[in-house]
Design a protein around this ligand. Structure first.
Ligand SMILES: *Cc1c(COP(=O)(O)O)cnc(C)c1O
Length: 378
């Protein structure tokens, strides 16, 4: 059968990326070269921070952000259970404890009204995740952090160029991290970027990503225990090409999200389309709907959609219910009811730049037909 296949995500790569990578290969300089610096400069300028430090993944960047914030064994860091696991694991990497707080049912980001009861003497920071491309409520979170003397670190891995009241994510905290895995808004294959306005943090991260080596390379000294979290020149070249069309790519994502919401609008009784909070600019990492029928079998829906060439995914499971988090911290079902409810009913749909309006119409048609037939039988 020659049916059109719709994956969940797909990178948008053009001749510019091919040329950029080929130039790196021909130059013979595959790591620690001019593209890295060029990519960092361009990135910092776009986000509006003084400094940017490219790393080998978003996860590596989050690890360095935790070290740079001075988080260590015995400390607690408040964060969201509704995220990709790396935003909680990075707290474990430095021996600290992730303390989860339930989420806002509208944006799926940290619910600021629940943060203060989670603060203890051990709390050092709030690791804010901007999930799916939409900023968390930074006005209130910033106020709480100030009142309690807590640092803010942003996991902006899913939300490049998103804004809240005209201010870009990545500029609210002491440091922020972006990621460039192939399903993100821009890709370098693997890669990440730590941005900050703090010169010391920047200098420390440059050293930590390069085995802890001192900035002055002739003086071959390792001042701290570091890592190899370097980004290759090949990745940096990809990043430069991708950044050059960032605005255009985000605009197209916003257009595609608009088509989805338009076609889904008549089916509000069956599913909830994503919502954007007032003051937020959404940059659409994924398009996630939640199924409203309480007893509906999501796995069956996913399997049926796949038979029609439409990929979909349960997205995201709550971190506190992963087995090693349950075992280590004693978390259980019911601890964070809003996050758990969204985790049970959320469904990510195909979302990438080459989708046309007629593709979205088709995907929605298949989705609604599937929900209607399965909704009855469960
Ligand atoms: C993608 C992502 C990361 C980092 O991912 P890497 O695969 O390590 O680049 C971290 N946090 C969130 C919320 C993410 O979506």
């Amino acid at each position: 059968m020659n049916m059109k296949q719709y994956p969940i995500a797909k990178p948008y790569l053009t001749k510019a990326e091919e040329k950029g990578v080929l130039a790196v290969l021909r130059s013979g300089v595959l790591s620690i070269g001019p593209r890295l610096v060029e990519f960092e400069k361009a990135f910092a300028q776009i986000i509006g921070t003084k400094f940017a430090c490219a790393v080998s993944s978003g996860t590596a960047g989050l690890h360095l952000a935790m070290i740079a914030a001075g988080i260590k064994s015995g400390d607690e860091v408040i964060t969201s259970p509704f995220s990709f696991i790396a935003s909680a694991n990075c707290i474990l990497y430095v021996g600290a404890k992730p303390v989860f707080v339930d989420i806002d049912p509208l944006t799926y980001n940290l619910d600021p009204s629940k943060i203060e009861t989670a603060i203890t003497k051990k709390t050092k920071a709030i690791l804010v995740v901007h999930i799916f491309g939409q900023p968390a409520d930074m006005t209130v979170i910033t106020r709480i952090a100030k009142q309690h003397g807590l640092k803010i670190i942003e996991d902006a891995c899913e939300s490049i160029n998103a804004e809240q009241r005209g201010k870009k994510v990545g500029t609210f905290g002491e440091a922020a991290v972006f990621a460039f895995y192939p399903n993100k808004q821009i890709t370098t294959g693997e890669g990440g970027m730590l941005v900050t306005n703090n010169r010391q943090i920047h200098a420390l991260c440059l050293s930590l990503r390069n085995q802890g080596r001192a900035a002055n390379m002739q003086w071959l000294d390792y001042q701290v225990m570091g890592y190899n979290y370097r980004m290759t020149e090949i990745s940096a070249a990809l990043g430069i090409s991708q950044l050059a069309k960032l605005d255009q790519m985000i605009k197209q994502r916003q257009t595609i999200a608009g088509w989805y919401s338009w076609y889904l609008e008549p089916y509000r009784d069956l599913l909830q389309a994503p919502r954007t909070a007032a003051g937020n600019t959404h940059t659409w990492f994924v398009y996630v709907v939640t199924l409203k029928h309480p007893g509906i079998n999501r796995d069956k829906i996913i399997a049926a959609l796949a038979q029609h060439g439409v990929s979909s995914k349960s997205y995201l499971p709550s971190i506190h219910l992963f087995s090693f988090y349950k075992k280590r911290f004693g978390y259980k079902s019911g601890d964070f009811p809003v996050a758990e409810k969204i985790s049970r009913s959320a469904l990510a749909l195909p979302f990438y730049l080459s989708l046309k309006k007629k593709d979205i119409r088709h995907i929605v048609k298949v989705l609604i037909r599937t929900i209607k037939s399965y909704g009855k039988s469960v």
